[in-house]
Ligand binder design. Structure first.
Ligand code: J9T
Length: 389
């Protein structure tokens, strides 16, 4: 992994020499370069900020030093980095985003200060990099440096070899969407407080049940926002989600969900030329005949859907969708498993299509054993196939 950090306070990044990240650098797993933004100024005062056009409080970072710094960092290396700019107005930084970034081989971090960076810097940088503005949470820091320290740590610990395997599995348990259970070690009694009896019982079934209850309780107390989907999505399957074959009664909500989900795809693929975007009640009604459509409800709400249709011996999978607010929790993956499971006996293969730029979908399909097949005839669309076992 190569990482570049552009900042006006290079010393702020000194902690990256310590601990596991420092070790990863010395072992050659992380090739880190910290650049001083002021080295790309040309005036006596090494000025990086100026007053905002249109008035208002504070100072704005000037575009010229940023442009030169980014040109310098990116030139002379192969590949296209992700440019991560931390800021309170960004997309939330999550474990899922950390995983995505850990899968790239080059990250450039741009640390803003003051009221932000001239907007044209982001636009211009898109020539060189995939630009992501990313927030650690709903609060304001003085600059992006501390956020970059947090992000590099969260990303690097997912890079194979940086830490042992045991720890990386801990992530998986977070993926169920519940917080961790409380942990204890010796002594069994400390300052009059006993370790919960169940943990000393040696009864692994009871221990597992107790830990699950603790996770639910803790999540309800500290992160109630996670609880609805988390309790619905058990590790063994759909849990409290009701999966039914869609009927005409589902069509109104299904149409809305289709539009909501494919609006995302349209934006991500820069095109409105996607059939699902133009779905009507009539076309959806007709589709119930040709396709076997499944509707997933949670607490009464239609939250996901998928459909399948046998063409010769090929099970076509389509319209795999999860409500935008519930994405990233494994629901799509479970539905993909479901639609394969229910394929008729005559199916010998699965196939599906998705947008060429829908990276998240591509990753999910690959993980599920699908293979990308080249299709030069439909630009903007890619086909995935998988043999049925
Ligand atoms: C200047 O950067 C910030 O204030 C910042 C960065 C990342 N996440 C935040 N919540 C704030």
């Amino acid at each position: 992994m190569r990482a570049d950090v552009i900042t006006i306070f290079p010393d702020y990044l000194a902690p990256l020499d310590l601990s596991l990240i420092g070790q990863a650098r010395r072992r050659g797993l992380l090739d880190l370069h910290v650049h001083d933004l002021r080295d790309f100024t040309h005036d006596r005062h090494r000025t990086v900020d100026d007053t905002p056009y249109g008035g208002g409080a504070g100072m704005v970072m000037k575009p010229e030093p940023w442009g030169e710094a980014l040109d310098h960092v990116v030139s002379g290396h192969d590949g296209r980095p992700v440019l991560v700019v931390p800021g309170p107005g960004g997309a939330p930084f999550t474990q899922q985003m950390a995983r995505e970034l850990a899968g790239r081989n080059w990250l450039v971090f741009g640390c803003g200060r003051y009221e932000g960076i001239d907007e044209r810097v982001y636009e211009d940088a898109a020539r060189l990099a995939d630009v992501r503005v990313v927030s650690l949470g709903d609060y304001v820091l003085n600059g992006g440096e501390v956020a970059v320290l947090a992000m590099i740590e969260a990303v690097m610990r997912l890079v194979p070899g940086v830490i042992g395997n045991a720890e990386s599995l801990v992530e998986e348990s977070h993926e169920g969407g519940l917080l961790e259970y409380p942990v204890y070690t010796k002594p069994a009694r400390w300052r009059g407080r006993d370790v919960p009896e169940v943990l000393l019982s040696g009864d692994h079934g009871r221990i597992a049940t107790w830990r699950h209850e603790q996770r639910l309780e803790r999540t309800a107390a500290r992160r109630p926002d996670l609880l609805h989907t988390a309790s619905a999505l058990t590790s063994t399957g759909f849990g409290e989600l009701a999966v039914t074959v869609a009927t005409p009664a589902d069509l109104g909500e299904l149409l809305t969900l289709t539009h909501a989900c494919w609006l995302q795809e349209a934006l991500g693929n820069h095109t409105l030329d996607i059939p699902a975007v133009h779905e009507t009640l009539e076309s959806l009604t007709t589709s119930l005949q040709g396709w076997q459509t499944y509707a997933v409800r949670s607490g009464g709400r239609l939250v996901a859907s998928v459909r399948g249709r046998l063409v010769d011996d090929d099970w076509h999978i389509g319209r795999l969708m999860v409500a935008p607010d519930l994405q990233g929790r494994g629901l799509g993956r479970m539905l993909l498993e479901h639609i394969q499971r229910v394929a008729p006996a005559g199916a010998t293969a699965y196939s599906l299509v998705t947008g060429a730029a829908s990276d998240r979908n591509h990753r999910m399909y690959r993980k599920a054993g699908f293979r990308l097949v080249a299709d030069p005839e439909t630009p903007g669309i890619v086909h995935f196939v998988k043999r049925r076992r």
